[in-house]
Ligand binder design. Structure first.
Ligand SMILES: Nc1ncnc2c1ncn2[C@@H]1O[C@H](COP(=O)(O)OP(=O)(O)OP(=O)(O)O)[C@@H](O)[C@H]1O
Length: 593
């Protein structure tokens, strides 16, 4: 429960909503209880007037008595109407303050969580799956909202109503009050247990439902593979099994819910019977009036709703506490990558790896061992090596997605860890190996890295990435939507759009992580030619598998199993006649074949 204390800061922030809200709860309850008193008076008026009316049987005054009686009843009816209208008005105010506050808190929390998620490092995203991250920012926040809004509102409501209704009842007659509320604790107990069971079943239904939707989502994303391997029937069968489990869980819930209302009504009925029986005897004894019985029946009905709410509210609070605990787990995580304060003026783009070693913490794989190299500002560095040799790891470390385990990376002579992270990353243009384009227009995808960008800049970037003609070929040109609702670009086109996204930033250091693999050699040459022109005096780090991509580099690093096994220019490495020369010969052979 202490997890919920975290929310107190929001209650303080919205104190001018919650305080009036709670006052409105009290006032609206007053207008709920007082009409019962009025009904009692109206009842007593009826019984008294019927006797008077009968007394004037056969006299002219009988119609006069009838009129007075009628006006009296009309007065009470109007009074009750007025009281209920006022109750309605304050209920409206109550919801407008407390429920609205809960929506404000929900909004604040979602923003807080989203902002915090963005601060966390890449390692965090590797360790936790996206579904879990999303659940905490949506489903869990929603559960917490149910606590800060409805749970608080109904709890206050129940407390206020109990105090006022019980006071009114005991003031009329303590004995009758005692008997009338006798079944209520039993009702509370039953409702609490039924509620717990309903919640348990709802949770399992929810889990089954998310399993079902993940299943459907994955199968539809992989529909090409399913069709290619003719596994439609098998997928259908698995779906039917999952769906059946869901149906059974849902049926179990319906059964418990079906028992809930009859049980509740039974206990309310028992309370009413007791009230009429004991109350009736007291009317005969003359201790109370018939109006008091009517008043008590109203109180009992008033108390039933909060009692049913009690079980619900308890589970709301328990769920909110569990959800807040999950949210706090992530909110209290410190980003592994902490920004420094230094900015480099002017930023030149010299890179130096000083005995860098790195192990991925989650898998324990040592990706780099004692890596040493230097590239001067404005030069072209190429990295080549077998798959899994650590090439992308160098790019990740350069982007400061992770921090080195040993050694250091220096940019223009300053340790990368001392640099202001945003300022540093703003100087870089990065094209990752796995291309990611947003479900947006091509124009917005290219312009993504900048706040202000002219269409001319976008066009130029597309031209330099050799994708301009492909885009102009599309009906909507740069306004073409990509992603699920838009068109699907080919692998090579996607790579080039993502290169354009990096180029539009005019970065001081451009890092291309194997992003020309799906591009034909002619287009590759065009892109490299353009890069040579626009990246003059800017540093280029190109990771590649094809020697044709990198042969013009100022320095080529050959990686093997996390170690640099060779470095030099294309000519130097060929003269060395070692790993690089062997890769070169193999690739020539492949081309000839
Ligand atoms: N995020 C990660 N978490 C854990 N281990 C990783 C991660 N990324 C890479 N590795 C491991 O680190 C090693 C080096 O991977 P890296 O991606 O740097 O290789 P690469 O040379 O870029 O390979 P490829 O040419 O196939 O892209 C591999 O053994 C890989 O399994």
């Amino acid at each position: 429960m202490k997890e919920l204390l975290y929310l107190n800061k929001y209650f303080i922030k919205y104190k001018w909503r919650i305080i009036p809200g709670l006052i409105f709860v009290i006032i609206s309850n007053m207008f709920q209880v007082v009409p019962a008193k009025v009904v009692a008076h109206a009842f007593n008026l009826i019984t008294a007037n019927i006797s008077i009316y009968r007394l004037f049987n056969g006299f002219n005054q009988q119609s006069l008595a009838y009129d007075i009686f009628g006006y009296g009843l009309l007065f009470f009816a109007l009074l009750i109407l007025l009281l209920y209208l006022l109750r309605g008005l304050f209920l409206f105010f109550m919801r407008q303050t407390i429920i609205l506050m809960s929506r404000h808190i929900e909004f604040d929390m979602k923003n807080e969580i989203y902002a915090h998620y963005q601060k966390l490092s890449l390692g965090f995203y590797r360790r936790n799956n996206t579904g879990d991250l999303m659940n905490r920012a949506t489903e869990d926040v929603n559960r917490v909202r149910m606590y800060v809004g409805p749970a608080i509102m109904y709890t206050t409501n129940t407390i206020v109503l109990f105090i006022t209704a019980l006071t009114f009842m005991f003031l009329v007659n303590a004995k009758l009050a005692f008997y009338a509320v006798l079944p209520l604790p039993v009702l509370t107990l039953i409702i609490y247990n039924v509620n717990t069971s309903i919640n348990r079943k709802s949770e399992s239904i929810q889990q089954q439902l998310s399993k079902l939707s993940s299943f459907v989502q994955e199968r539809f994303s992989g529909i090409r593979v399913i069709k290619a391997y003719v596994r439609e029937f098998y997928a259908q069968q698995v779906f039917a099994v999952e769906s059946n489990t869901y149906k059974h869980s849902a049926m179990g819930l319906v059964k418990v819910q079906a028992l809930f209302f009859p049980a509740m009504l039974l206990l309310v009925g028992i309370s009413t019977i007791i009230t009429v029986f004991i109350g009736g005897k007291q009317v005969i004894e003359g201790t109370i009036t018939p109006g008091n019985i009517a008043e008590f029946i109203i109180y009992i009905n008033l108390l039933t709703f909060p009692v049913t709410m009690l079980g619900w509210v308890t589970t709301l609070i328990q769920r909110a506490a569990a959800s807040q605990k999950r949210i706090n787990e992530f909110l209290h995580l410190e980003p592994e990558i902490k920004s420094g304060t230094q900015t480099i003026q002017p930023f030149k783009g010299g890179i130096r790896f000083n005995h860098v070693s790195f192990t991925y913490a989650d898998t324990g794989i040592k990706a780099l061992s004692d890596v040493n190299f230097e590239i001067e500002p404005g030069k072209f560095l190429a990295i080549i090596g077998k798959t899994g040799s650590g090439k992308s790891t160098i790019a990740n470390l350069l982007m400061r997605m992770y921090d080195v385990e040993q050694g250091s990376i220096e940019i223009d002579g300053s340790d990368v860890r001392s640099l202001d992270l945003s300022a540093y990353r703003n100087e870089l243009g990065f094209v990752p190996q796995e291309v990611f384009l947003f479900s947006d227009t091509i124009k917005n995808n290219i312009a993504f890295g900048l706040d202000q960008v002219s269409f001319n800049q976008v066009e130029n970037a597309a031209k330099n990435a050799a994708v301009y003609h492909n885009i102009m070929y599309l009906k909507e040109k740069f306004d073409t939507l990509l992603g699920e609702r838009g068109i699907t670009l080919s692998g090579g086109q996607k790579q080039r759009v993502s290169i354009a996204r990096a180029l539009v930033k005019e970065p001081k250091i451009l890092i291309l992580d194997d992003c020309l693999s799906a591009v034909d050699t002619k287009t590759e040459e065009e892109i490299l030619g353009n890069l040579g022109r626009i990246m003059q005096n800017k540093t280029c780090v190109v990771i590649a598998h094809r020697i044709s991509t990198i042969k013009n580099a100022d320095k080529i690093i050959v990686l093997d199993n996390g170690h640099i096994v060779e470095q030099g220019t294309h000519i130097e490495l060929l003269t060395n006649n070692k790993v690089y020369a062997e890769i070169y010969r193999n690739q020539l052979l492949e081309e000839e074949q």
